[in-house]
Design a protein around this ligand. Sequence first.
Ligand code: FAD
Length: 472
Amino acid sequence: SYQLVWLRTDLRVADNPALYKAMSQGPTLALYLVTPEQWKVHQDSPNKLEFWRLSLIRLAEQLQQLKVPLLVRCVPRWVDVAEHLIQLCQQYSVQTLHFNDEYGVNEQRRDQDVQQRLSALGISCHSYLDQVFFAPGTLLTQTGRAIQVYSAFRNQCHARLLHHLPKPLPRPKAQQPVGIPPDQIPERFSEVEAISLSDWPMGESAAHSLLELFVSEHLAQYAKARDFPAQTGTSRLSPYLTAGVLSVRQCVQAALSLTHGHFDTQHSGFITWVDELLWREFYRHILHAYPRLSRGYAFKPETEALLWRQAPEDLAAWQQGRTGFPIVDAAMRCLKATGWLHNRLRMIVAMFLSKNLLIDWRVGEQWFMQHLLDGDLAQNNGGWQWSASTGTDAVPYFRLFNPITQSEKFDPQGDFIRRWVPELAHVSAQKIHNPATLGGLFGISGYPRPILDLAQSRKRALQAFKSLSSHQ
Ligand code: FAD
């Protein structure tokens, strides 16, 4: 009989609790389920699915070295997963199923169904904490509720991590060959063509090289450089973290090389980066504590009454990078072309859509999901609700980013804008943030005039939010 490890968003062999445990208990098979209909329901982008597929190809090579055959089966929808697993377990005499926890509502429902139905047949299921340091539901306020404020959450995490920092597990040792051939990995996971991913080296060892490079070259400057999209100030590791090619434990472990192994440090680069990883942790805990987030509802129920605008032309201008605000347009074009966007730009464009355009944040959340390589329900939803002031610990509704001042501050030379908006390539650093001031009857050839007046749109947003509080 066999141990079966079901791999999902944990596409790595090192520091993989489910794989490690399975292999420590006996001859192991690995399984990956291709679930195209479910991915469609979740709006998972073709770009991300291709990232996952290429990562899986690399993972299969790693598993081959460990002599663990990788079975790859297509089960279009998660409702059918339990049935498929039962058949598979019977076919291969599987004794125990192992998997790492995931936190969306559909993920949890799927796993509970699997657990119940397999246990009823005498096949045991073991699930493991993997994506986060602490199990969601275990960090609570004094009154026993989920912590809704990031700073309090972060402080509790720090205190616990200081006391005990979970270390990555080693890569398991190869097992004896089991004589079961691995399956082929499909040619594609999505009917829709993905963008080219040639800029993203694939696989665990490539991801570790990127992590090490980031730690040695950029982490020291991270606290200062992380806000400037034209620089390589951040790690760009998010697609690897989302696919689970890297674990959060490995990230912190690598970063410790900067602080001589001390978690208790004043090093601003280290602290700031760990804090960002803890935002990721925070949003997973929040997603778990408030299932309504997975169902498309706002964290703050009162904001459901906001009168969002139906404005298809404005929405299209935002999506296609034709708003006439260069930093917004550069960002949106970059997102579409590369499937990735710098955090500062995600905040700018999310606020522009939800506040200046007063278009429902869910529409933007969906657009991001349909393009991002790192699209992740917890973080994407968290980021959008933060920006739209509908979320937990969100930006106060009256603090709107001004896209022109943001642009002047965070892309001072206009380098990022020039890269993505070639119409403005010849405009000076001084004028590039707000080319409408250049005047002329036709503006800049080929570049749109601003689709809105910033002051008026700001007033409109404030009114919409104010009328909300007067109705309570
Ligand atoms: P680094 O700065 O190197 O940070 C390291 C890691 O910490 C990141 O890879 C990420 O896992 C985590 N992290 C960093 N910043 C944040 C943050 N603000 N919130 C939560 N986690 C963070 N991140 C996603 O991974 N997937 C998403 O779908 C996603 N959608 C977002 C949508 C909006 C509107 C906003 C404002 C943010 C979103 N983020 C999302 C968070 C953040 O923008 C990205 O994680 C970050 O830009 C990734 O770049 P990096 O890997 O270079 O990050």
